[in-house]
Ligand binder design. Structure first.
Ligand SMILES: [Zn+2]
Ligand SMILES: [Zn+2]
Length: 243
């Protein structure tokens, strides 16, 4: 399976990532990727960029080294109601909005509260995709999330960095989640979650898991740039019918 898109990467702007957008784009270009998401952490994370960063993304070139860039955010879910840490007038300007749970940004809670927060963020018409449900910090009802992903047609990530980190609990969560995604047939993205340029486009663990779990190629959004761009366009169109 040839992946042409990485939708989840961080630059030096995130505060704990170490490459520039130019370095990430060059790495993407050398790997044959055609579309790259620049998704630095939302402002409530320690060391993450301020609102000014997100307000100025329009100056980014459309393309670097022949790779189309989607400037966006990996927003933090900050409450049990699934609120995100970027105001709506900023979210509307992002070309790509990922959302996920992160330590220090989300207060924590019971499995029901965590799952509700995650699903409410998924239902938010300004969220495009959900990330790393397999991380062990906050317990989630992974079957419910897979079911809702199929219902809402919002992609959820199989995160390569989570798998590569090698924690037993994370591995088990990711395997369980992948089997639920195979069962309910919701859309997925495979993201590198690169925090350094050499990780951009690295999908080996996620691809192996997708194959082992029996997830269909049709379910994987970021196989082709066109599939991603069509989805994003449709998601933006649907915003006006859901708010
Ligand atoms: Zn990070
Ligand atoms: Zn994250």
């Amino acid at each position: 399976m040839k992946m042409l898109v990485d939708l989840h990467t961080h630059t030096i702007s995130s505060g704990h990532a170490y490459s520039t957008i130019s370095e990430n784009a060059l790495a993407a270009s050398r790997k044959g990727l055609q579309l790259l998401g620049m998704t630095d952490h939302g402002p409530s994370m320690l060391g993450a960029p301020s609102l000014y960063h997100f307000g100025n993304l329009a100056i980014m070139p459309e393309e670097l080294y022949g790779v189309r860039i989607l400037p966006g955010v990996e927003a933090n879910i900050i409450s049990h109601e699934g609120e995100l840490d970027l105001p709506i007038n900023y979210l509307t300007r992002m070309k790509l909005v990922l959302a996920g749970l992160h330590v220090q940004c989300y207060p924590g809670g019971t499995i029901e509260q965590n799952t509700q927060a995650y699903i409410k963020a998924m239902e938010n018409p300004f969220t495009d995709m959900m990330v790393h449900p397999g991380r062990p910090e906050f317990e989630l009802d992974l079957e419910k999330i897979a079911y809702m992903s199929a219902q809402l047609q919002v992609p959820v990530e199989i995160n390569n960095s989570s798998l590569a980190a090698g924690k037993k609990e994370t591995q088990e969560n990711c395997h369980r989640f992948a089997s639920y995604m195979a069962k309910y047939k919701g859309p997925i993205i495979i993201g590198s979650d690169a925090h350094f340029w050499d990780r951009v486009g690295v999908f080996d663990r996620s691809l192996q898991l997708v194959e082992d779990a029996g997830i269909l190629e049709d379910q994987i959004l970021n196989i082709s740039p066109q599939r991603v761009l069509d989805y994003l366009q449709d998601r933006r169109r649907r915003r006006f019918t859901t708010i």
